[in-house]
Design a protein around this ligand. Structure first.
Ligand SMILES: NC(=O)c1ccc[n+]([C@@H]2O[C@H](COP(=O)([O-])OP(=O)(O)OC[C@H]3O[C@@H](n4cnc5c(N)ncnc54)[C@H](OP(=O)(O)O)[C@@H]3O)[C@@H](O)[C@H]2O)c1
Length: 323
């Protein structure tokens, strides 16, 4: 039987040079839900660098169908609002998600009017959040959560340095660490973003590369080569640098003497477990945190929103309104 149609944003033609231009928006068949999965209506999604990798043809979907983009969604299922945990499988035993897959890479991208997701991945949406704010949680906010609280012990008495303050992960890390009682210092290339970070609760906002008045216990490192040396210089002896990505590349210099003589820990972090996602959503709700949304575009303009992300002047998440 013919499947009903839905509007979706997908990879029209992968392009290394022009990933924003690689976004197609059009009608696709509504996917069928495998056993244990349910269909949901998407209200809003959020973009991530992973979508750019997909549009460049680096991340490839399992299966031959059109590659719908998007890892993040706030949805309605059976009349109830949810946010979707985006990592497969959900039952990642223990605390590692290193070998997991994102929903879009399994052929289930979220930037579509309808999605199918494992029922266990539906986590009730905090009532206070808009659809766009809720859609920020699955990737960037979950990543920041694990970096701060699983890989490091952010909390009262800890000084947390957040590099590249305007980023999706960075704005999440600032808000979460402040809410957890840590003192947060951020760096940014942009005076406007530094100003906005202070409004998020950062105690100080410095130019990228500036000397910290006091060395940090924890560094949230998402920028890569442009800031990594500064991260090493800014970490106290025995402190921890948590790395989840590299907006400026993936190869950074490591001063080995500083690493061993000062017993600094450098550790990687990726996404988070379903249990961590539930903890994050509960924490955001309990603390009245509102994720920072830079801007929201209609689904038809998903490509323009990818372009805005690539321009690097956003503060917070780039969202897409689906319904
Ligand atoms: N491992 C995971 O699970 C995971 C999850 C999410 C993201 N990531 C990765 O983490 C990284 C950040 O993701 P995101 O979504 O937060 O990215 P984003 O929203 O695009 O933010 C990147 C930030 O990096 C800073 N930056 C860019 N170029 C810079 C430069 N030349 N010098 C100093 N700072 C610079 C900018 O901060 P300022 O403009 O404020 O300086 C920018 O706001 C990406 O590599 C992404 O792929 C990994």
């Amino acid at each position: 039987m013919e499947r009903p149609q839905m509007k979706a944003a997908f990879v029209a033609q992968p392009s290394t040079e022009d990933p924003a231009g690689a976004v197609g928006v059009g009608e696709l068949p509504v996917p069928e839900a495998p056993d244990g999965w349910v269909e949901a209506e998407v209200r809003a999604g959020a973009l991530n660098m992973h979508d750019v990798f997909t549009l460049r043809g680096i991340a490839k979907p399992a299966g031959a169908g059109p590659h719908v983009i998007g890892s993040d969604a706030a949805v309605v299922h059976n009349g109830q609002p949810f946010v979707v945990y985006p990592v497969l499988p959900a039952d990642t035993a223990g605390r590692t998600v290193a070998h997991a897959t994102l929903l879009p890479d399994a052929g289930h991208g979220m930037l579509a009017e309808r999605v199918v997701v494992p029922e266990a991945h539906l986590v009730p949406k905090p009532e206070a959040l808009s659809w766009e704010e809720a859609a920020c949680l699955p990737t960037a906010w979950l990543t920041a959560w694990r970096m701060l609280f699983t890989k490091a012990q952010a909390g009262p008495g800890k000084l947390v340095l957040v590099q590249g303050a305007g980023g999706g992960v960075a704005t999440a890390a600032t808000a979460l660490a402040v809410a957890a009682g840590a003192t947060v210092v951020v760096t940014s290339r942009s005076a406007g973003k530094r100003e906005r970070s202070l409004a998020l609760g950062a105690a100080a906002a410095l130019e990228s590369g500036a000397r910290l008045p006091q060395l940090a216990d924890i560094v949230v490192e998402t920028v890569g080569p442009a800031t990594f040396e500064h991260s090493m210089l800014s970490t106290r002896a025995g402190g921890t640098i948590v790395v989840c990505g590299g907006s400026t590349g993936f190869t950074a210099p490591l001063h080995l003497a500083r690493l061993f003589a000062r017993e600094v820990t450098v550790c990687g972090s990726t996404m988070g477990t379903l249990e961590e996602f539930r903890d994050l959503v509960a924490f955001v709700d309990a603390h009245g945190i509102r994720p920072t949304v830079d801007s929201t575009a209609d689904l038809a303009d998903a490509g323009k929103q990818v372009g805005r992300m690539l321009a690097g002047d956003a503060f917070g998440k780039l969202c897409v309104r689906v319904a």
